[in-house]
Design a protein around this ligand. Structure first.
Ligand code: 0WE
Length: 262
C-alpha cells in the first residue's frame, strides 16, 4: 500500500466524483482533498469539451485513474459507469455529485417565464440525477458510504436570476433527506454542502457574479468568501467517520452568510 493510502482520514476509501469540468471546479477541490486524505478515486465527465481537462487533472493521481464519460440524464450511461467502477474496485465508499445545469435563458429574466422544458432539464440534470446515482451506488457501498451533493442558498431564499436552479436545488435538498431515510439502514449517509459563491466555470458569464462575491464579503460574518480548499476540507469531513452520525443535512459552508437576516 502506498504512503498516501495507508494513512489519512479516508485511508483506503474508494470514491467516485461527478462534476469536474476544470481545475476551478468545486468537484476538483473536493477530489484533491479526498485524495490527500488517502482515498482512491474515479471520475466521470460530461461532454467532449471537458474530456481533456479531466484526463489531465485526474492523471496527477496516477495513470491508471478510471475516467468515464457520463451524461447523468442517461440511465444506460449511469449503469455503465457503476459496472466499470464495480469491475475495477468491487466496492464504493464515497460519491460526490457536483452537477447542475439550467438552460442559460432560464437564469436570466423572470422566474415566471421559465418554460416547461427548461424546468424539466434543470430538475433532471441537477436533482433527479442524485437519485439515479445514489440508487446505482448503493449496491456497491457494501461497507456503508457517504454521498455528497452541492447546493446553494437560492434553494431556500430568492436569489434574483437563480430562478429555476433555486427550485431544482430545493428538490435536490429534499431528495437528500428522502435518500438519507431510504439508505440509512445500509449505513449510507447522504448530505449536501451549501456553498457560498465560488468563481467556477458554472459561475462565469452570470452577470453580476463579481458584485455577488463583494456582497457576500461585506455581509457574511467572516467578511470574506469561501475558498475551494475549504469546500474540500468539508468534503473530507462529511466523507469521514467524524460525520458518522450526520445524514440528510444541508451544511452551509458560506462564511456564515446564511444566518443573516439583514
Ligand atoms: O448553481 C449554480 C450555477 C449552476 C449553473 C450555471 C449555469 C451557467 C451556464 C446551472 N446552469 C447553468 N447554465 C448555463 O448555461 N451556482 C450556485 C452559481 C450561481 O449561478 C447563479 C447564481 C449563482 C450563485 C445564477 C444566477 C444568480 C446567482
Amino acid at each position: 500500500m502506498s504512503h498516501r493510502t495507508s494513512q489519512g482520514l479516508l485511508a483506503g476509501k474508494i470514491g467516485l466524483v461527478f462534476g469536474v469540468a476544470n481545475k476551478r471546479s468545486i468537484a476538483w477541490a473536493i477530489a484533491q482533498a479526498w485524495h490527500r486524505a488517502g482515498a482512491r478515486l474515479a471520475f466521470t465527465y460530461q461532454g467532449h469539451r471537458v474530456k481533456d481537462n479531466v484526463e489531465e487533472l485526474a492523471a496527477t493521481f496516477g495513470a491508471d485513474t478510471l475516467i468515464l464519460p457520463c451524461d447523468v440524464t442517461r440511465d444506460e450511461e449511469i449503469a455503465r459507469v457503476f459496472a466499470d467502477v464495480g469491475g475495477k474496485f468491487d466496492r464504493l465508499d464515497l460519491l460526490l455529485h457536483s452537477v447542475a445545469f439550467a438552460p442559460k435563458e432560464a437564469l436570466e429574466g423572470r422566474f415566471a417565464e421559465t418554460s416547461r422544458e427548461a424546468f424539466r432539464i434543470a430538475h433532471d440534470v441537477s436533482a433527479y440525477s442524485l437519485v439515479a446515482l445514489a440508487r446505482a451506488a448503493a449496491p456497491l457501498m457494501t461497507a456503508g458510504g457517504s454521498i455528497i451533493g452541492m447546493s446553494y442558498y437560492g434553494a431556500e431564499k430568492v436569489v434574483p436570476h437563480y430562478n429555476v436552479m433555486g427550485v431544482a436545488k430545493a428538490a435536490l435538498e429534499a431528495c437528500t433527506r428522502y435518500l438519507a431515510y431510504d439508505l440509512g439502514p445500509q449505513g449510507i449517509r447522504v448530505n449536501c454542502i451549501s456553498a457560498g459563491p465560488v468563481n467556477t466555470l458554472a459561475a462565469r458569464g452570470i452577470s453580476g457574479f463579481i458584485e455577488m462575491l463583494r456582497h457576500y464579503e461585506s455581509k457574511a460574518p467572516l467578511k470574506r468568501n469561501v475558498t475551494a480548499d475549504e469546500l474540500g476540507a468539508t468534503g473530507v469531513f462529511l466523507a469521514s467517520d467524524g460525520a458518522a452520525a450526520i445524514t440528510g443535512q444541508v451544511l452551509y459552508v458560506d462564511c456564515g452568510y446564511q444566518i443573516m437576516g439583514m
